[in-house]
Design a protein around this ligand. Sequence first.
Ligand SMILES: [Zn+2]
Length: 344
Amino acid sequence: MKAMLKRILGKGCASLGFARLADRLGPGRFTVLMFHRIVDGPTLRASANAPLMLEEGLFRDMAETLASECRCLPLTEAMAWAGTDGASVRPVVALTFDDGYGDFRDKAFPILRRFGLPATMYLPTGFLDEEDRFFWWDAVEAFFSSRPEKGRFDAAGLPAAFADAVFALAVDPGPDKVEAFIRGPLRRLAPRDRARFVDRLAPPPVRRPAMLDWDAVRELAATGLVEFGAHGVTHPLLDEVDLEPALQEVATSKRRIEEETGRTVTSFAYPSGCVPPYHRQMLARAGIGLAVTTRFGGNGAATDPLLLRRVDARLCLAGETFDPSYFLAVCSGCLDWLHGTKEA
Ligand SMILES: [Zn+2]
């Protein structure tokens, strides 16, 4: 949607009153915002993974509006509020961050603390425990930004069309092209082929972006503003994994966080939003009562707590700028009809 149209819609909703509009959507409605990385402008502009990033100035503007115009609750409290009280004159919002990148501590948390905003961070614990473990999208970005020689890539055993896409990238590895490759051919590759491909790409000295370490996790947990949720050990796409190994992933990531923080983990984020058909059984056995997806929309008392919807914070921008009215219109649910069931 065009930025101009978003601003007009935001103004219209503001003049009608967000609270009145939200109230018509039913009591107990809350929005879960989804973030990944908060970074500076040059990092964002140079990255092939910009869809996972929000520029820190925009995040600060968002946080200021959340603090003054919304009621921000930890996710567990937002769900409890929806089921018991459910009344609020301000939009109720819970903030979530996925994947455990180090910029959460350096960029996001100082802003959260300044405005007193609680948040949940979902940790793929294997990435904190093993320094050479890469997300596949980071491995691909690091590899191609090093301007690899064609001969450095071993295509043996991979589909010919995929190998062609890789060779094309090696010749012209602009961030946009790498981004399209990550979201297209690489995402569609069979899981075993994808793992094999990434393993070949990411030997040292290619460095991954900094992740949180356990000292930082304990410090953040001790502030009382940040709760941690499970996100698997290896960030597996669960629709490609059977129940028993998936359960191991969930239970182990939950246990590792509990060992390190001394706090019970109650929520889970499906890696890359993939909900497997056995999700209920898996989460019941792991002792998880809340789970967030990447399905777009708001939540209420009647929402399945194992299939909570979220809104990608980047969708709340008007183009590349922050417009408070449009942001509040999305957070209060006034524009749910516009987005339909679009995946974030
Ligand atoms: Zn993730």
